[in-house]
Structures are given as structure tokens and as C-alpha cells.
Design a protein around this ligand. Structure first.
Ligand code: GDD
Ligand code: MN
Length: 395
């Protein structure tokens, strides 16, 4: 457990069968309701509730400690350092004493009434992990918007393809695991981020996983803490699970963004060509004349898109905000100009060599020349961007 964590709990003599760990951040109103619902669901099954709170400003830890005064089964972790969902869950699991460990959100979006069914699945020896699932039989997403369902669907698809996990809801924050599987997996887990279930099942493919359906409910009180940076940290987590920690996962995001930029570039270029955007002479240098108007246009549109995506996504932790966006964009534009010169040089070289023209014909060769130039420029710009603009702290 991290230093600077305060643990309050009463010790009963016999460890419980099930520990229910609930991470909390500003859940003061929800927590008493959750505890009550957990007790009701687990009536007759010896259990404890471990609240892993990140020193919530709304005093969730105080509410929890007050509950614990009257209720021997509650333990409270008030965490001062290393805040974060996964880290809190892992700390909660560290102090949990049950033979089985469950994790459930405190906001009542997860349905505690399926905990006994989850426990049965693992206790019977048939599985190591039971996942509370929204997409299996008996499950549902409640009234999620189409947009949110789509994001979840894409994330699940990525996990299934890239990590080859078979569960239908790998994003679930609701699961139950045997102590054996927990102790096996815990030492290898990356405590950053929020995808704690994926950390367990993505690292150890031998785990037998089963799913129990439940209907995802609306949050009763308070609001979600997961902002749009979760998509980014999710992709980073998947990349790390797949490739290990050697490859810089930010580079993968950069390439991903670069591919979007490339698509934008190609699209704008094609549309501009079709629309007959004129070529023009700069009169500066015979080698680059005539300049393709469509090229100038597509490069500038993609520079804008790339700056936005890199700032808001790839380098989110070091992102520029407010007025600083303007100078940062200017620097980015000039760096891109260097990239663009490389791009132009490669394009022109290929064009003049006539090599692709012979192979592919006029139209296709120009598109391919454009692509090759962009890829070379991408690598040059990665170096410039990470060295001068979004300088990263060494990890
Ligand atoms: N201790 C601690 N620290 N708890 C946190 C933190 C944190 O930094 N961030 C969130 N929590 C707690 C919340 O208080 C809540 O009990 C639970 O973790 C889930 O957080 P929400 O903010 O309610 O997340 P969500 O409802 O948007 O996301 C849920 O669905 C996702 C799938 O779509 C969660 O279950 C995610 O785990 C899940 O991936
Ligand atoms: Mn929630």
C-alpha cells in the first residue's frame, strides 16, 4: 500500500468469504445506499466492505468512517497519494481479507444483487473470475446514448481483437476474483489508469472468465469522474498489455493521430484536385513550380487537425490551454513546415523520377507519392514535437 494511506477497520477473528472493494471519489450520498444494498444482497454470506477513497473533498471517507463505527464489516481506506481508480482498487484489494474479492462502483450503477451469482460461479471452481456484464444475457446498458454505446463497442472490439480476451464486456469495473487468481496477477499490474479488470484478464490468458448479466443503471447522485482522457488511457493500456512496456505507447498514439491526419490530407487533396484547385507558380524556385494548390490546402488542413488531436489526445498530459494554444500552434506550424519541406522533397523526387508514374499511372502515382512523403514527414515531426513542443518528463 502506498505511504500516506490511513486504514480504519475493525478486525473480526474469522476472515470473511467475500470482500467487496468499492473505489470512491465524491460518493458521499451514494455510499450509504451502496453499503445497504450490498448487505441486503449478501445476506447470509460472511462478507466485508472495503471503501477505497481518494480523500474525497465531499468527505466520503468521513461518511464511511461513520458507517464503520456502527458496522463491523466496513473498512475504510483514506488515500492521500497516488490517486486514481486502479490504484485505489488495488489498495483496497491489498487490505481485503476475503477468500474472494469483488470490485463494485459506489454509484449504484452496478447491481449488487448479482454478487451471489458471481460468487457461485467462482466458488464452484468453474471459473477464476466472474464479470458483471452489460452485454451478456440478462444484461443491459440502461439508457445509454448511442454515442456512448458506440465508444464502448469500439473499445470492446479493440480489446477482443488486440488482446484476444473473450469476454463481451472487458470494460466492466464490476467483477469478482478468487484470492488465488488475484495473488497470481496482482504483482504484474500497472496501477495507472482505470482498466483494472482488463489488467487481470489481459495479462493472464489462462484465467477462466465467466459473465453474469446485469442492467447498468443511471447514477443516483454526483457525476462521473471519467472524462475523455479515458479513451486515451484505455488505448495506452491496451497497447502496453499487448506490447509490454518497452515500446513508447505515446508514439503509437502519435502514429494513430498521424493516420487520421493522413486520411484528412488525402481526402482534402482528392476533393481539391477533383474541384480543380489551380496550380500556381511561386517564381521562387523552378524545382518546386508549379505548386499544387490542392497540396497546399490539404497540408494546412491536416496541420490544423494534427495539432488539435495531438494536443488533446496524444500529449494530453502536457497539453496547451487558453492563450498558450496560439504560440504553440505557431511553433507546431513551423515544425510542420520542416516536415512539409521533407514531404515536398520526397513527393518531388518521386514525381521527377517518374518511377511510380510508369507503374501506376498519373492519378494513383500522385496519391502514393503524397502518402510516402507524409510518412517520412511524420517521423521527422515526432522528433521535433517531442523534443521542443510537448516535452515529456522522463518516466
Ligand atoms: N478512489 C477513487 N479514485 N475512486 C474513483 C476514482 C479515483 O480516481 N475515479 C472514479 N472513482 C470511483 C467512483 O467514485 C465510482 O465509485 C467508480 O470509481 C466509477 O467511477 P465513475 O466516475 O462512476 O465511472 P463511470 O460510471 O463513468 O464508468 C464506469 O463504466 C465504465 C465502462 O463504461 C466504471 O465502471 C468504469 O470502471 C467502466 O470502465
Ligand atoms: Mn459510474
Amino acid at each position: 500500500m502506498a505511504g500516506g494511506t490511513e486504514l480504519r477497520r475493525r478486525r473480526d477473528d474469522v476472515p470473511p468469504v467475500l470482500s467487496v472493494v468499492t473505489p470512491t471519489f465524491n460518493e458521499a450520498e451514494n455510499l450509504p445506499l451502496l453499503v445497504e444494498a450490498v448487505h441486503r444482497a449478501l445476506d447470509g454470506i460472511p462478507h466485508e466492505v472495503v471503501v477505497a477513497d481518494d480523500d474525497s473533498p465531499d468527505g466520503t471517507w468521513q461518511v464511511a468512517e461513520r458507517l464503520a463505527e456502527r458496522d463491523q464489516t466496513i473498512s475504510v481506506l483514506r488515500r492521500f497519494h497516488d490517486h486514481g481508480l486502479s490504484a485505489a482498487v488495488l489498495d483496497g484489494m491489498t487490505v481485503a481479507r476475503g477468500e474472494y474479492l469483488a470490485v463494485i462502483d459506489a454509484d449504484l450503477q452496478h447491481d449488487p444483487s448479482i454478487l451471489p451469482a458471481m460468487l457461485d460461479e467462482v466458488r464452484s471452481g468453474g471459473s477464476d473470475v466472474a464479470v458483471g456484464s452489460r452485454s451478456t444475457e440478462g444484461g443491459g446498458y440502461g439508457n445509454w446514448t448511442r454515442g456512448r454505446r458506440f465508444v464502448s463497442w469500439v473499445a470492446t472490439f479493440i480489446a477482443r481483437v488486440v488482446l484476444r480476451v473473450t469476454v463481451s464486456d472487458p470494460m466492466s469495473g464490476f467483477f469478482l476474483i478468487s484470492r488465488g487468481a488475484y495473488e497470481q496477477g496482482a504483482p504484474g499490474i500497472n496501477p495507472r489508469g482505470f482498466k483494472i479488470l482488463l489488467e487481470f484478464i489481459g495479462r493472464d490468458r489462462t484465467l477462466r472468465v465467466t459473465e453474469v448479466g446485469y442492467e447498468f443503471r443511471l447514477r443516483r447522485h454526483g457525476e462521473t469522474k471519467l472524462n475523455r482522457s479515458v479513451i486515451r488511457s484505455y488505448l495506452l493500456a491496451v497497447a502496453e498489455l499487448r506490447l509490454g512496456r518497452q515500446v513508447d505507447p505515446a508514439f503509437l498514439l502519435y502514429v494513430l493521430v498521424g493516420m487520421v491526419g493522413l486520411a484528412v490530407n488525402s481526402l482534402v487533396f482528392a476533393v481539391a484536385e477533383a474541384a480543380g484547385v489551380p496550380r500556381f507558380d511561386t517564381g521562387l524556385n523552378e524545382a518546386i513550380d508549379p505548386v499544387y494548390g490542392s497540396f497546399v490546402l490539404s497540408v494546412n488542413v491536416s496541420i490544423l487537425v494534427l495539432f488539435g488531436l495531438n494536443n488533446e489526445f496524444t500529449f494530453w498530459e502536457q497539453r496547451y490551454r487558453g492563450w498558450k494554444l496560439a504560440p504553440a500552434f505557431v511553433v507546431f506550424w513551423f515544425m510542420s513546415l520542416v516536415g512539409t519541406l521533407v514531404h515536398v522533397a520526397v513527393f518531388t523526387f518521386l514525381e521527377n523520377s517518374g518511377f511510380l508514374l510508369g507503374l501506376l499511372g498519373a492519378e494513383a502515382s500522385r496519391t502514393v507519392q503524397n502518402l510516402v512523403g507524409a510518412v517520412v514527414a511524420l517521423v521527422v515531426n515526432w522528433y521535433l514535437n517531442t523534443t521542443y513542443l510537448w516535452r515529456r518528463r522522463t518516466r
